[in-house]
Design a binder for this molecule. Structure first.
Ligand SMILES: Cc1cc2nc3c(=O)[nH]c(=O)nc-3n(C[C@H](O)[C@H](O)[C@H](O)COP(=O)(O)O)c2cc1C
Length: 209
């Protein structure tokens, strides 16, 4: 069993990363082989529309032929049984780096003949989305949009599950920042009381096959 874990956020020790690390511990406990990827450490772009993957007679059409630092990651994802993604929400969307990743891993799996997936494997996908908004706002503003955003991962022939983690604390001490519009005290209290539960859930999700 191979699990690839992808941090689509820039911070390596904050909410998104902590959830992914917890999921990693869960997957390890279940005996999975793990590859943990920090997208912000890599130099890469989104799909360059070279269309090499759509050329007639190409031996492995699911391969992305554009070479950069994401190339080995794409190969590992395509060979995995499980993909666990994390991203903060920035301006109502997952990060730009995650978007570029999505384009590169998914475009080669899409047939322009049938507009269906030509991917022959099966990868179950779990997505942790962290955000400042409340769960109520997520359900009202983001839920439908995020389900549509991650629907292309169905190309991998497995399940696609989104796990929103809302109302996150963005800093450890709000008094040091110009952030009076944010209810810092409440967020830090939630970080103490609710976030550990989310970490436990992430562990269980990582553990599940
Ligand atoms: C550039 C930027 C834009 C953001 N935009 C949103 C947003 O549109 N909606 C939201 O709920 N939170 C937004 N946030 C808050 C982050 O999504 C939230 O703090 C998240 O938990 C950060 O993840 P991290 O702690 O792993 O870095 C934004 C944060 C930054 C830095």
């Amino acid at each position: 069993m191979k699990t690839v874990i992808v941090n689509g956020g820039p911070r390596k020790e904050w909410n998104t990363a902590q959830l992914l690390q917890s999921a990693k511990r869960g997957a390890e406990a279940a005996g999975s082989e793990i590859e943990y990827v920090e997208l912000y450490d890599l130099s890469y772009s989104g799909c360059r529309s070279c269309l090499a993957c759509k050329r007639k007679g190409v031996s492995n059409p699911c391969r992305c032929f554009f070479m950069d630092e994401l190339s080995p990651v794409i190969e590992k994802v395509h060979q995995a049984d499980r993909l666990i993604i994390g991203s903060p929400i920035y301006f109502g969307e997952p990060t730009g780096q995650l978007r570029c990743f999505l384009e590169r891993v998914l475009f080669p799996t899409l047939s322009y003949n049938s507009f269906s997936s030509i991917f022959t494997g099966k990868i179950d996908v779990d997505v942790f989305l962290t955000m400042g908004e409340t769960r109520e706002s997520y359900d009202r503003i983001y839920k439908e949009k995020m389900e549509a955003y991650f629907a292309p991962f169905r190309s991998f022939n497995g399940t696609v599950s989104i796990h929103p983690v809302c109302d996150t604390a963005q800093v450890k001490d709000y008094s040091e920042y110009e952030m009076t519009g944010i209810a810092g005290t409440r967020k830090l209290a939630l970080h103490e009381t609710e976030f550990p539960t989310m970490l436990r859930q992430a562990f269980e999700i990582g553990q599940r096959f």
